[in-house]
Design a protein around this ligand. Sequence first.
Ligand SMILES: [Zn+2]
Length: 79
Amino acid sequence: MPIYVYRCSVKRHGEFDVSMSSYPDEVPKTAPCPVSVYKGDPENGEFDEDVLCNEDSIYVIKPIATAIIEGGTGARSAG
Ligand SMILES: [Zn+2]
């Protein structure tokens, strides 16, 4: 499953991963930031609201670290 990294323009949110169920023909250049920002009034709980940042975040091109090798040296004991 491919994972792409996006960076929100809000510094505190930083980078986040978006995993896709399949490889897209073209990686979306932006993705909405999933960080929830608190819009409620701390002294007035009734108006609490979970709001997502939803800022258009820019796709960060990361070098591909490694190809995933299936099989490998699975030294886990099967019991
Ligand atoms: Zn954000």
